[in-house]
Design a protein around this ligand. Structure first.
Ligand SMILES: [Mn+2]
Length: 320
């Protein structure tokens, strides 16, 4: 599949790339990495996303070129970067040739070419391998973006998806010009002071289940209004990383208030497959990172989710 995708990309002149809704570092970094390499090959490449680029990713090289909206007609092919299905891209069914590259377990084979490997750390890892094995050019900008993609989905090389291959590829990307300290600074150390005030509010909402193995925190819309921030301005991964740092925590839940109900991001530390939890609530993801929406009030939602997790993973429940 990898080779077929490489062949197809080489044969196309005008290429569109798109990310999933609420794009993250892996998705944006990979889309930009594709753009840089394919541009070096003389192709016309445009990225069309439905949702804006989060502020903390907007300084990645080329991010200013990302367009917001649907893929227009006239492209030879469209690459869907980890969109799971067509729905999560927010795009209309394209009339052009489609390629889908993903590492989500719940991914659908909706495109003409689908390369899905759930045991990969990131799509950044996959695309770098495709470039490496098929002689695609990698300059400093491309390397920076792919390194950022891998860095992002491995939690800065801390999660259990940090395999020897991940470290090897990251080293090769550093050799190709990615500066690790620059990427870390960009992704982790670019908060505005308002975000720290917001963080204080969010940490004020923290609650645990009976055993102290599940933790939840809430981003209410009133908090965002208070500091004139949008959800896309804040880098929620760092909030979850703070909660993750609690010694006995197995599951981290971050509730983001929507018009109706909440969007819930889940992170696991290995014992609980949070992807399974998300699937029970009609969401999806990986064993260690997943998400779903729920249309319930705060108290009801937390009760339902805590008890569901305790039901399917009884060891996270308080032992009587
Ligand atoms: Mn990813």
């Amino acid at each position: 599949m990898k080779r077929e995708i490489a062949k197809k990309l080489k044969s196309c002149k005008k290429i569109a790339v798109t990310c999933h809704l609420r794009p993250d570092g892996d998705c944006i970094g990979t889309a930009l990495g594709l753009m840089h390499s394919l541009t070096l090959m003389g192709k016309e490449v445009s990225i069309f996303n439905i949702d804006p680029t989060p502020t903390f990713l907007s300084k990645l090289p080329g991010a200013e070129k990302i367009k917001i909206g649907k893929i227009p007609d006239g492209f030879d092919c469209a690459v869907f970067v980890e969109t799971s299905g067509l729905e999560r891209s927010g795009q209309d069914p394209p009339s052009t040739f489609t390629i889908h590259i993903d590492h989500h377990r719940t991914s659908e084979e909706f495109a003409r070419l689908n390369w899905i490997e759930p045991d990969r750390s990131s799509v950044g890892e996959m695309v770098f391998e495709l470039f490496l094995e098929n002689g695609f050019p990698i300059d400093k900008k491309c390397a920076t973006c792919l390194y950022a993609a891998i860095f992002s989905d491995t939690g800065g090389f801390r999660f259990s998806n940090t395999t020897p291959k991940v470290l090897k590829y990251s080293s090769l990307l550093a050799q190709a010009g990615a500066i690790p300290s620059y990427v870390s600074k960009l992704l982790l150390e670019s908060h505005k002071k308002e975000e720290i005030f917001l963080l204080r509010k969010i940490l004020g909402t923290v609650i645990f289940n009976g055993s102290g193995k599940i933790v939840a925190a809430f981003i209410m819309r009133s908090f965002l209004r208070e500091f004139s921030l949008n959800l896309s301005d804040i880098e929620t991964e760092s909030i979850m990383n703070i909660l993750r740092s609690i010694a006995d925590i197995e599951v981290i839940l971050l509730f983001k208030e929507l018009d109706k109900g909440f969007r819930i991001s889940l992170r696991g530390k290995g014992m609980v497959d949070v992807g399974k939890v998300a699937e029970l609530f009609k969401g999806g993801g990986h064993p260690q990172a997943a998400g779903f929406n729920i249309e319930l009030g705060k108290e009801e939602a937390i009760k339902k989710i805590f008890s569901k997790i305790e039901e399917i993973f009884p060891w996270v429940k308080k032992q009587e």
